[in-house]
Each structure stands twice: as C-alpha cells, then as structure tokens.
Design a protein around this ligand. Structure first.
Ligand code: SF4
Length: 375
C-alpha cells in the first residue's frame, strides 16, 4: 500500500522559521490546483497501481483554498487510483482558517483527519514567529474540531523559541492534555537557511536557546505525554491508542509515496524525485504534459542510510535482521563497527531491533549522522 502527498504552495504570510516552498501571492492558485490535478492524471502509474491507504494534503496552507478545490483533488485521486476502503485523508489547517462550516464541508468531501498548525498557545511566540493566528484562535479551532466530531486530529507544536520558557512549554502541553488531543507532532525550533530567523541570528538580533535548555524541554515533552498515555511512536510524534498517523508511518516504514504539486517529493524504493519549487515553472511545464522534476537513483549506500535515518527514529527501532538480509557484507560490517561506538546508555537491543533509549532520543540526529555510510 502507498500514500499520496499533495503540496498546496500558498500561505497567508511567511513564518520566520519556515523553509518550505510556498507563495504568499495567490495569483496562480487556480492554475496550480488545475496543474496538480493534471499531474495526478499523468502520473497515475507511478505507484504501479498499488492501493492508496492515505492522502495527505499539506503545504503551504491547504486550508487557505476553497473546499471545492480540495474536493476536486480528492476526486481526481479516487478516479486515477485504487483506494483502501478505510483510507486516511488528512488536511493541514491553520487555526485562523477553521470555521464550523469549513469543518463540516471537509467531512462531506471525505477528509477524516485534520493536522492543525498551532505551534504555541502564547501570542508572544506566535507574533515572534510571524504566524497568522493568535492564541484565542488556536484554542477556538481545537474546540470547533472537537464539536464537529472530528475524533482524529493532530496538533503541531514547536518548542525552543528563543523567548520561550520551560514553564510556558509545560503550559502548552497542558492545553493539549486538557483537550485530549489524540495526536501531537512536536518539533524543536531549528534555524533553517534563508529564513528570517537565520537573518536575525546573523545580525545578532536573536540568540538560540541553549541546547541543554532545549533538551530539558524535550525530556519534559516525553515525560508528560508518556504519563498521560501517549505513545511516542516516532521521536517527534505522539498519539493516543489507535491515532497513529498512517501517512507519516508510511514514510518511516519506507513505503512508496507519490508527491504531487510544486516541490513535492516522491519515493518508489529505487529512486527519489522532487518537483520544481516554483509555481509558475510548474504550471508551464505541466501545460506541456511534462512533469518538472529532478531525481536520483538510490545506491545501496543511500538505501541503508535512508533506512537507518527513518527507522531509528521510531519506537520499533532499526531491525538488525533487515540490514543483514538486505545489504551486502561491507555495509553490514560498517553498521556493526558504528554501533559499537554508540554509548551503551543511548541504545538498547530488543527482539533484534536497535532502539534509542530516552537519553539516546536526545541525541538522535547525532547518532544517525554517526551511523551514516559515507564514501
Ligand atoms: S503556514 Fe506553514 S508552510 Fe506556511 S509559512 Fe508558516 S510554517 Fe511555512
């Protein structure tokens, strides 16, 4: 089974930390959506007719566009692909776009999961990062989602804003617990290239929080959610029972997926490809029936790196047997040599799987980098 990702590259405004592809001009909105629908048709064989078990409409801010446009995309996917009966259809939404009416329309067109970009319940963090919503809208949107009967939804949070204290982070988590949000994605703020925050750092207008402080926030996140029956099924993703995101799990389990829309990535186990990150170039190329993408064929080394990168972040961990059975002796020797160098209290071996301990999770990025096979 596979998944389809749809990238809607439009936002109301640019968040200061964001390096995704999006445009704040809606000028090409209609044409982009039409092109996305055409791309779905042109690439109908990309997934080799595998059954689609999840559709994820992300961006950008897909809640910005008319529900009728979203409906066209979903219908197109259903027309061109075989879909699982209990398909998961997620849409990313920002709190300021959520209304009772919109939620009811989402339901009607088959959307059964909302991923809400809250980030923080404090106005000072939202203003600092140039988000388009405020804390009142964040709370209101969660209440509306609950009232409208969407039991499956996720809230995105960010910790580690330079102006965020541990107390504030804890209060943010308390909001999540109060509303019994079934799924949480919580990421530490990272300073990406070509973002406003990167400029602030360069100009010394901003100082990043100390890593130890960020680590404490991460430890608090794990402790608090674990104490409240959330399962940390991936380093940054937590869910109550039965609310794991199928679509995200696809990525971590190396299942195939097709990404459509400007900048969207696709993966079919042999290669990776990504569409041009420019709305106009995308539209013009699709007009000529040409998908504007670049690609790379995955070497054995790429595949093992990819496997380690994704699996080690999950609660299942990295299967030693899988590595033994799927990769050559040289890569296996490399793997064994690298594992021996990881501090013992960072990992544990359970049922032939290498799993990060709580302490190890704090250093997941470094551990993965160290495991990487580099030519
Ligand atoms: S709304 Fe999302 S995609 Fe748009 S700028 Fe903000 S973080 Fe990036």
């Amino acid at each position: 089974m596979s998944g389809i990702y749809v990238h809607i590259p439009f936002c109301k405004r640019a968040c200061h930390y964001c390096d995704f592809h999006f445009s704040t001009s809606l000028k090409y909105q209609k044409k982009t959506i039409n092109s996305i629908n055409k791309e779905i048709e042109i690439r109908k064989n990309y997934l080799n007719k595998e059954i689609i078990q999840s559709i994820y409409i992300g961006g950008g801010t897909p809640s910005l566009i008319d529900v009728s446009e979203v409906e066209k995309i979903i219908k197109k996917i259903f027309k061109e692909h075989k879909t699982k009966k209990e398909i998961e259809i997620t849409i990313e939404a920002n709190p300021d776009d959520i209304t009772k009416n919109k939620l009811s329309e989402y339901k009607k067109i088959g959307i059964n999961r909302i991923s809400l970009g809250v980030q923080s319940f404090y106005d000072k963090h939202l203003i600092y990062s140039n988000r388009s919503h405020n804390s009142k809208q964040a709370i209101k949107s969660i209440e509306l989602i609950l009232e409208s009967g969407f039991d499956n939804f996720s809230v995105d949070l960010i910790y580690g804003f330079p102006n965020m204290t541990k107390k504030e982070w804890e209060k943010n988590l308390n909001f999540i617990l109060k509303y019994k949000v079934p799924h949480i994605s919580a990421y530490c703020l990272t300073i990406e290239k070509n973002t406003v925050f990167e400029k602030y750092i360069k100009n010394r207008q901003m100082t990043e929080l100390e890593q130890e402080y960020q680590k404490d926030m991460f430890l608090l996140l794990m402790k608090k959610l674990q104490n409240n029956n959330y399962k940390q099924y991936e380093i940054s993703n937590f869910c109550l029972k039965n609310y794991k995101s199928l679509h995200n799990s696809n990525y971590w389990e190396q299942k195939k997926y097709m990404g459509v829309g400007p900048s969207a990535h696709s993966y079919n186990k042999y290669s990776r490809q990504w569409n041009v990150s420019n709305n106009l170039k995308y539209i013009k190329s699709i007009e000529k029936n040409i998908i504007p993408f670049e690609s790379e064929i995955l070497s054995e080394e790429d595949k093992i790196n990819e496997y380690m990168l994704t699996s080690i972040r999950t609660n299942k961990g990295l299967s030693i047997k899988f590595i033994q059975e799927n990769f050559n002796q040289e890569l296996n020797d490399h793997f064994v040599k690298k594992i021996k160098k990881i501090p013992r209290n960072y990992i544990k071996i359970e049922n032939d799987h290498l799993i990060l301990t709580k302490k190890g999770k704090c250093f997941a990025d470094k551990i993965t980098r160290d495991l990487f096979y580099l030519n």
